[in-house]
Design a protein around this ligand. Structure first.
Ligand SMILES: NC(=O)c1ccc[n+]([C@@H]2O[C@H](COP(=O)([O-])OP(=O)(O)OC[C@H]3O[C@@H](n4cnc5c(N)ncnc54)[C@H](O)[C@@H]3O)[C@@H](O)[C@H]2O)c1
Length: 368
């Protein structure tokens, strides 16, 4: 399994798709183009052994197509492991739409995207990710049933972000239990990077528990809004990684733990919502382990959202959603202990369990 990821400046040096280092035997990659609406999207289907590939759609102004492809490959792979470790019968997929969600997202573009999703006949089921709103999923629903995260008024499970935030909070508490011997976060200092849909609710949980919350975001308006709502402190320094805090919660984009940051990090725990936090999971995971920093694997603790949207497919209700999400606490603690016992990085320990479940199902399927 290839797990290294190149620096994006070097991507052009390798073959465009199957030769990408982020390519990990993905089953299918679909490039979608629609001249009239301006849609340019890529759907990545990593693995469908456990079930249809489910994963959100991200709309982002990538610097180039390599970045978009690299992102969809990494994100869809992460979804396979997220579903597997959470015990869901889903495969891993993800989509990226290239463009600025604030200025280029139109109902026509969303519907055209939905038609591309529909053309895959349910092999890929979409949902919300960065740059998307529940109302966008409602537009996609107009043209395909292969979408989750639609409005509650339309029979969906609604915005998955609050449940994701709750799962991250559970994972963070488990990491605290492991590191500090107690999962009480009162008076713990937590820096939340990115206070969007997930980050804000995480700030709410942390504030309710009496943690000292510090927030950072590139959106100044959001900072002021969230700060005044929860009394969180706005970070005004110039290097959050060097801050002496108990917990760093990455809730913006991925790869923030990289060559430039990894050795500066002074937080004792890393637990956040962002997907693919480790730019290179082997290298950076090992450095964190060596530096004694407890890393709660992203794909494990941010699974609340997928648990929430899975409810739409399996028809279970809020009680089961909350039970499954709360269980992230137990799974995280188990994996942190398992990593310790086997001298693995926490990321690798989680990955092994997820891959084990996929392999076992594959074997089962082939013997039937
Ligand atoms: N929404 C979900 O249910 C869900 C589920 C699993 C994983 N995730 C992941 O969690 C992360 C956050 O998701 P979201 O739905 O809250 O997205 P969002 O778009 O609502 O919020 C992201 C926030 O991060 C900020 N941001 C962007 N770049 C930043 C930077 N360099 N520094 C600081 N802030 C920055 C943005 O301004 C925005 O406020 C994403 O990586 C997403 O893939 C989300």
């Amino acid at each position: 399994m290839v797990s290294e990821v190149l620096n994006t400046n070097e991507l052009h040096k390798i073959d465009p798709v199957f030769g990408q280092l982020s390519f990990d035997n993905h089953e299918q990659i679909v490039f979608c183009n629609d001249k009239d609406s301006g849609l340019k999207a890529i759907i990545g289907i990593h693995n469908t052994v456990l079930g249809p590939a489910l994963g959100g759609t991200r709309m982002w102004q990538y610097n180039n197509e390599w970045e978009a492809l690299n992102d969809v490959l990494r994100l869809s792979r992460g979804m396979s492991f997220k579903a597997a470790i959470t015990g869901l019968n889903l495969g891993g997929g993800k989509a990226v739409i290239i463009g600025d969600a604030k200025t280029q997202k139109t109902p026509e573009l969303m519907r055209r995207f939905g038609e591309f999703v529909h053309s895959l006949s349910g092999k890929y089921i979409t949902a919300e990710d960065v740059g998307m709103e529940t109302s966008d999923m409602d537009l996609v629903r107009e043209v395909t049933p292969y979408v989750t995260g639609i409005s509650e008024s339309k029979g969906g499970a609604g915005n998955p972000s609050p449940i994701t935030a709750y799962g991250v909070f559970m994972g963070m508490k488990a990491a605290a239990k492991y590191k500090f011997g107690t999962d009480v976060l009162e008076d713990r200092s937590v820096i939340v990077q990115g206070i969007g849909h997930v980050g804000e609710t995480l700030v709410e949980h942390l504030t309710n528990e009496g943690a000292k919350v510090i927030i950072t975001d590139i959106n100044e308006e959001r900072l002021n809004e969230v700060s005044s709502k929860y009394g969180a402190q706005i970070y005004r320094g110039n290097d959050i990684y060097s801050e002496d805090v108990d917990i760093y919660a990455p809730c913006a984009l991925g790869a923030t733990i990289n060559d430039q940051t990894v050795n500066k990090i002074r937080a004792k725990i890393i637990a956040g919502a962002a997907n693919n936090q480790l730019e290179n999971e082997n290298i950076h995971g090992k450095i964190l382990q060596g530096n004694g920093i407890v890393y709660a694997p992203d794909f494990l603790i941010n699974a609340g959202g997928i648990i929430n949207v899975y409810a739409e497919l399996e028809n279970y209700g809020k009680t089961e959603i909350m039970r499954k999400t709360e269980n992230i606490y137990n799974t995280t603690l188990e994996i942190l202990n398992n990593a310790d016992l086997n001298n693995l990085t926490t990321h690798q320990a989680a990955l092994n369990i997820a891959q084990g479940r996929i392999d076992a199902r594959k074997k089962e399927n082939s013997s039937n």
